[in-house]
Write a protein that binds this ligand. Structure first.
Ligand SMILES: CC(C)(COP(=O)(O)OP(=O)(O)OC[C@H]1O[C@@H](n2cnc3c(N)ncnc32)[C@H](O)[C@@H]1OP(=O)(O)O)[C@@H](O)C(=O)NCCC(=O)NCCS
Length: 153
């Protein structure tokens, strides 16, 4: 598979079609909505990845700024083009964004069995600071614990 070399990462803005595409990727990736995309509060940051060859949104990263920290609430890539660098590009751009806003750190929670996401975050400099027992409701995943991961800026 070729790398997604025509990838661009940008804020979601007010593009209703891109918003719908984010929600579709979210619904396919998770058994719950990772973020309320329609609730455009001032703390919400949404980055979208586009691949010119696909002419659509192929991934998103969403989070909120709170008390000087960017908390990632959702990251997902269209399953048809995973493992081509889209997730990494989104995480890197989130770090750039957080630095530009002079935030102190980026934090997130990730399921302890989520091998792909854990590998991505570790490779991008995040470290697990805490294991959160029963973070996910019983009906969501077989393994309910999550790691809280942190990257200081
Ligand atoms: C996690 C996710 C966003 C990764 O996106 P992606 O575009 O496929 O990831 P990338 O291609 O940028 O991978 C970057 C690195 O992450 C690691 N990685 C990604 N997928 C992996 C997998 N399936 N197994 C092991 N490592 C993996 C690798 O280190 C990879 O680098 P490499 O390809 O050079 O070896 C994607 O798998 C996804 O959408 N999963 C479902 C939603 C989810 O779990 N989100 C995270 C919630 S916290």
């Amino acid at each position: 598979m070729p790398r997604a070399h025509t990838l661009t990462i940008e804020p979601l803005g007010r593009d209703a079609i891109a918003l719908t595409q984010c929600m579709a990727i979210d619904a396919d990736a998770f058994p719950y909505a990772s973020v309320h995309f329609g609730q455009r509060t001032s703390s919400l940051r949404v980055l979208v990845a586009r691949d010119e060859r696909e002419a659509r949104v192929v991934g998103f990263l969403a989070g909120r700024v709170r008390r000087g920290i960017f908390g990632i609430h959702g990251l997902a890539v269209d399953r048809a083009i995973r493992r081509r660098g889209v997730g990494r590009a989104l995480v890197r751009e989130a770090v750039v964004l957080a630095r530009a806003e002079r935030l102190r750190a980026v934090v997130l929670q990730v399921g302890v069995a989520n091998v792909a996401a854990l590998a991505l975050y570790r490779a991008e400099g995040f470290r697990a600071v805490q294991r959160v027992r029963d973070y996910y409701p019983a009906s969501v995943y077989g393994e309910r614990d999550a790691y809280q991961m942190l990257r200081m800026l």
